[in-house]
Design a protein around this ligand. Sequence first.
Ligand SMILES: Cc1cc2nc3c(=O)[nH]c(=O)nc-3n(C[C@H](O)[C@H](O)[C@H](O)COP(=O)(O)O)c2cc1C
Length: 335
Amino acid sequence: MLGALYFTPEELEIELAWIDEHVDGRPYGVDVVMPAKVSLPAELAGADDLEAALADMIPTEHREFIDRVLAEHGVPPLPDDAESGRRLLGWTPETGRPQVDVSFRHPISLLVNALGPPPKEVVDEAHSHGVKVAALASNVTHALKHVDIGVDIVVAQGGEAGGHTGDVASMVLWPEVIAAVSPTPVLAAGGIGHGSQIAAALAMGAQGAWTGSIWMTTAESDLAEPIVKKFLAATSRDTVRSRALTGKPARQLRTAWTDAWERPDSPGTLPMPLQFMLVGDALARIQRAQATDLMGMPVGEIVGSMSSVRPVRDVVYRLVEEYVEAVDRLRALDA
Ligand SMILES: Cc1cc2nc3c(=O)[nH]c(=O)nc-3n(C[C@H](O)[C@H](O)[C@H](O)COP(=O)(O)O)c2cc1C
């Protein structure tokens, strides 16, 4: 799966062309983030420069708060010639839809939507291209909505997952969703970093597992070195579900930055997509200054088990071994 969120349609086209050249016909999919609820004010519909119009909606109080927090940590402003961090990512219908259009021009097998059900017309169009559709769900109500509009596979993602997440734990969520949407296949996500967890998910009736966090400390990952170091040192209690990054709750490493948004002088977070537009520049400044206290990243509670950098191949072999060991333990109970 390729996550498309951070790519412009032009960049996504380059990435998918690269994949087509390198996977020798093997199946792959694209993940987009089209939230069910992003209510842009009506007067912005059809704005010539949507990003600039949205940027004008960010209150001065919020910009001043960010400047104050960064000043406290000695983070300087960006130089005039630096690339701005402000960016409206693919999470409005206006910016997500072009990513879907690019994806349909490639031989993708699966289209996945991260935040709620994808628009019905996108599901229908995917099916007309022979593409299956999956969607992440963090509770039964969401999962049923997905199935209602024709989603083929539900990814049931527990609250321990990295990134945007709900608050029901995987152990409770997976069997609930599996029972509710049966016979629609379910992939289990949230907190998977050990093969025995995959065995548990399959025992509950899931058709497979869907993972995210564990790939970030692999040798192939391009994550910034200071964040890799923080991940390797973190325990499973060092993440927080916070709106500070995008305006919707997303689990991430707890840092001085996420703590700052909880302070009494915090103005509170803005709704998606304004929050990421607001913090985009700040994150660029933090990165440029290598202000490690403030540097973080979405990651799940499984970060506590991510204690060494290993090649993807090793991680996969280990998951398979652990899965087989778990199944053998269960078989031994029957003997
Ligand atoms: C850094 C990061 C970025 C993510 N971005 C996306 C995304 O763009 N789309 C999506 O569907 N899920 C995204 N996720 C969630 C994963 O797809 C997956 O459901 C989740 O990581 C599973 O839980 P785990 O982190 O415990 O493995 C992201 C997760 C992380 C950690």
